[in-house]
Design a protein around this ligand. Sequence first.
Ligand SMILES: [Zn+2]
Length: 461
Amino acid sequence: MTTAREENERMLAAVLRLEPEDAAQRLTRSVAITAADDPASARLAKELTEQLERTVRVATPSEQADLEVAIGRSPDGRAADKLNVHIDDTSLTVATSKPSTSSAERTIDGLRMTFAGCYAAAPILHRLLGMEEAGYSPVRDPFVVKFGALGIPDELLDGPLEFTDVALAGAGAIGNGFLRALRHIPAVGTLPVIDPKRVGQGNANRCLYFNESDINAPKAPLLAARARQDFADLMLEPYILSFSDFVRDRGRVKRAIVATDSRRVRRTIQADMPLEVVDASTTDIREIIVHSHRQPTGGACLACIYRHIPDEAAREREIAQGLGISVEDIAQGFVSAAIAAKIVRVHSDLDPAAIVGMAFDSLFKQRCAEQRLPSAAGVQVLAPFAFVSNLAGAYLALEVVRLNRDALDRNRTNYFFLSPWAPPNARARIRRPRESGCSFCAKPQALEAMKTLWTDQPGGA
Ligand SMILES: [Zn+2]
C-alpha cells in the first residue's frame, strides 16, 4: 500500500534522483516553528504548520529540531540551522539573515495569509531537505513574496461571490486546497462538489481536509462534510459522479471549476461544453498551471492547454497493461464495476467491490508498491507535497474571482504558469492563443454546438 509518507518519499527521490532510503531519511527531519505573539505571526505559524506537517515533522514546543523557523522574532536556539520569517500587510519574507522589522499595520486577510503559508513552506522545505545540495535549483534568499504580485483584485471583499450554475470537478488535493482558500472569500449560493472516486492510501499527504483514516471514503461527500463548517452562506452539495454524468443530468453547466487529476479528464470536461472554465493543475512539485476562459474566445480552451501528449499516451498504455485492461477503459477516468470485473481476472487477489471508484493511477501505484504487477512496470505516478497542491487550490479560488471581474474582456489573460519554489511574478499571467490541433476548439462543429447551447448568455454566442 502506498501511504502518505511513501508518496512523499517517492516524490522527493524522483525529483532529486535520490536512493529511496536517502529520500526517506531526509523526510524524517524536523522543523521547529517559533512565533512572536502578535496575531499575524501566530496565524502564519498555524498556516505554515498545516502546510508542513503532512511532509516533514513539525516539532512540539519543547523539542529540538533540525531547522528552526522564527516568525517575527529572534530564534530560540532550538536548532543549529535557522530561517527568519517576517510578514506585514504588503509582503512575506523568508531569509537566512534577520529581515528588518517593519512597523506597518498587520491587517492581513485570510486569503493572503493562505498564500503566505504555502509560499513560506517552499524555502523552508528546500533548506530542510537539502534540495540545493542535491542539485535542485536554488531558491532566493531573501525569499520575498509581494502580495501585490498575487493579482488579488482590490474589490475582493466588497461583495460576495455568487455561485449559481457552477460545479467543482474534483474533490482531491486541489479541490481541498480550493475550498481552504475560498473560505476566506465571501461566497453565497450552491456549489456542487463532484468526484466519482474514493480516497486513496496516499491522499492524506496533501489533502488537508482528509486524514489517514479516511481511506476508501468517497471523496465528494467527505470533502463537502468537512468543509461545510467553513462556509456560512455557501452550500456544498456532493455528487459521486463523473463531471460528464453530472452534466448529462443537468443539461449544461455554466461554469466548471476544474481540480481533477488528469489531462484526459480535463479534455472531456471541455467536451461537455461549459460556458466558462477555471482550472488549476500541478506537475509533481515543479510547476503549477492556472487557466480560465469564457466562450466565445479566440484564445485557448481547456483542451488546448491540456493537449494529448505522447508521454501521456505511453503512461496510459503502461497502466492499462499492468492492470490487464485497455486504454479505452482508462478513458473512463476511474474503476467502474465492469472494469473492476476485468481487473480481477488478472489480479485475482483483489476484491472487485473494493476497487470500484478508485483512480487508475492510485490502483496502479498500489500494485507497484505491492509488487503485484504482471510486468515490471516502472512508470512513476507522483503526488506533490501538500503546499504545492494547496497553492494551486488557492490560485484556483483567486482565478474564480478574477474571471468574475473580467469575463467579458476579450483581451484578458487566460494562462499562468508558475514554480511553487519562486515568488510570484505579476507579469507571468499571459494570454495563450488557440492550438491549431485542439481536440475541441479546432473543430467548427464543436464551436457551433457551443453557440447553440449558450445562445441565451449575455456576451455569448
Ligand atoms: Zn482548444
